[in-house]
Design a protein around this ligand. Structure first.
Ligand SMILES: Cc1cc2nc3c(=O)[nH]c(=O)nc-3n(C[C@H](O)[C@H](O)[C@H](O)COP(=O)(O)OP(=O)(O)OC[C@H]3O[C@@H](n4cnc5c(N)ncnc54)[C@H](O)[C@@H]3O)c2cc1C
Length: 466
């Protein structure tokens, strides 16, 4: 059956018979899903289905598979790579699957459904002096299914790892409606292929994630947070090592912001008091511990030494929780700043830590060759070598934008890095995927996709180039 011919009352009533009329939306009711957070992708879905249970997801996928109906799973719709574009597809929204099934303080394990908001899981953990350490600007809207499907990273990866590292088990529904239960909460399980890892970062290509088990961590009792001005990002590895050595590995965030980024923040947020007046790039450093009480002293001592060695020019150490939060407001405005102007090329490359300075030095001249009037900013999860380099071209010309994306990705790969460190491939990085991903790896991905989703109903046309 052709999708367009199906969008009629028959389709709606068939879907309604599976999950109830109120949970099948069509026409203007689907507005919320018609564009993504970036505002760059606009779509007209056939309908939106909002299942509340794993069995309902299974019956929808079984129905879609039988009728060859494309399905786009959508969680918080905050992804930054076009993965939720949904023209002529059925949107499967996970937002009603929002139960924390259990949270055990003694084993420090949470069992959650895919539609739980990331920040809400953290709030629930905090009631037991625990935390869910995934931290980025979108955690108030992104859902568990989405962060698993993009293997989201963020600011605390340097200490806690990315979503993959936090996940112990998951439940997913296969394209034909079979339910795969891998929900064990075991740190060790060597019973054959680790299928869980196949679904993490798969961007909805091979199944719909419906639930997961996660590790929780003790909530830090003390933080020491500083914003330091530097002249040369080349000092990053040495300063990070000095901080880690002195604090016994307590660095939980190490974030770079270029000078222009800070200026954009203040022009977008004139109401925010200038708590510093740096005219140079800076690094936001955070140390945390649930036992050590002398973190501030450690941070101060290391920064004093770094100043003597001319690695650091100036520094502000947060003296209160309010000051600490204000420093984080600055860093977490990154996505807002990147997308406040259009057209925009937003990227998430990564290079080895000792190549970050080289990358930041080389890439502007590459952009200038393509567009002499471009403007840019760079923000980085510096501890991971993961740079968000944002370019605003001087004209809205898709071929120019594409040339910029390719040049940014090529430069990262040339320095031993990757074109995609945390946002996934979606639609916007298909070309780099084709160009740079190992061709055997691509063949294996295609084989897995064909084997598990032979009718190509799940998120077709994304992530894996044709
Ligand atoms: C302000 C802001 C800051 C951000 N900062 C960071 C950052 O620092 N680090 C970082 O890694 N990312 C960051 N992101 C992007 C981040 O990847 C996404 O926000 C998040 O991971 C996606 O979650 P979501 O619930 O919105 O997923 P969605 O956008 O709904 O979906 C993302 C992809 O996963 C698929 N998918 C969704 N749910 C499921 C499911 N249950 N089963 C199978 N497939 C599914 C979708 O089809 C799509 O391909 C940021 C985004 C914003 C808006």
């Amino acid at each position: 059956m052709k999708p367009n011919s199906m969008i009629n009352s028959t389709l709606i009533s068939q879907l309604a018979s599976l999950i109830g009329q109120a949970n099948v939306l069509h026409g203007h009711e689907t507005e919320k899903w018609q564009s993504d957070w970036t505002g760059q992708y606009h779509s007209t879905p056939l309908a939106v289905v909002r299942p509340a249970t794993t069995n309902e997801v299974a019956s929808i996928l079984n129905f879609a598979n039988t009728h060859g109906l494309p399905v786009v799973p959508i969680s918080g719709n905050t992804g930054l790579s076009g993965g939720t574009a949904c023209n002529n597809s059925l949107v499967l929204s996970l937002e009603r699957m929002n139960r924390i099934r259990s949270l055990s303080p003694s084993t420090r394990i949470a069992v959650v459904e895919a539609g739980v908001i990331v920040g809400e899981l953290d709030n629930a953990a905090r009631q037991h002096d625990l935390m869910f350490p995934l931290s980025f600007g979108g955690t108030g809207s992104a859902l568990i299914g989405g962060v698993l499907s993009t293997n989201a990273g963020g600011s605390n990866v340097v200490h806690y790892g990315s979503t993959r590292d936090l996940c112990l088990g998951l439940e997913a529904v296969m394209p034909d409606g079979r339910i795969l239960d891998l929900m064990q909460a075991l740190p060790k399980n060597n019973s054959g292929f680790d299928l869980k890892d196949l679904f993490i970062g798969a961007e909805g290509q091979i199944g719909v994630i419906t639930a997961a088990t996660f590790k929780l961590y003790p909530h830090p009792k003390t933080y020491a947070t500083a914003l330091v001005a530097i002249d040369d990002p080349g000092i990053a590895p040495a300063l990070l090592n000095a901080l880690q050595d002195a604090s016994d590995g307590a660095v939980i965030a190490y974030e770079y912001m270029c000078e222009k980024f800070v200026q954009h923040y203040h022009s977008l947020h004139p109401e925010e008091k200038r708590i510093f007046d740096f005219s140079s790039p800076c690094i936001l450093i955070e140390l945390a511990s649930s036992s050590c009480t002398s973190l501030s002293k450690i941070l101060q001592d290391v920064l004093a030494g770094a100043m003597e060695d001319d690695m650091v020019r100036d520094a502000i150490i947060a003296q209160s929780e309010t000051q600490r939060k204000n420093l984080w407001l600055l860093r977490e405005a990154a996505a807002e700043i990147s997308f406040h102007k259009h057209p925009v090329v937003d990227t998430d490359i990564a290079v080895p830590l000792d190549q970050v300075a080289t990358y930041l030095r080389l890439i502007p001249s590459r952009m200038k060759e393509l567009d002499s009037h471009y403007t840019d900013i760079a923000v980085a999860h510096l501890g991971d070598g993961n740079i968000h380099y944002t370019v605003w071209p001087s004209r809205d010309d898709e071929s120019l934008l594409q040339a910029m994306r390719i040049a940014i990705d090529d430069q990262a790969v040339a320095l031993g890095g990757t074109f995609s460190a945390e946002h996934g491939i979606g639609l916007c990085k298909l070309q780099s995927m084709e160009k740079h991903k190992n061709c055997v790896a691509l063949e294996i991905m295609r084989s897995i996709k064909n084997a598990l989703d032979p009718n190509n109903i799940l998120n077709p046309g994304k992530t894996i180039p044709k």
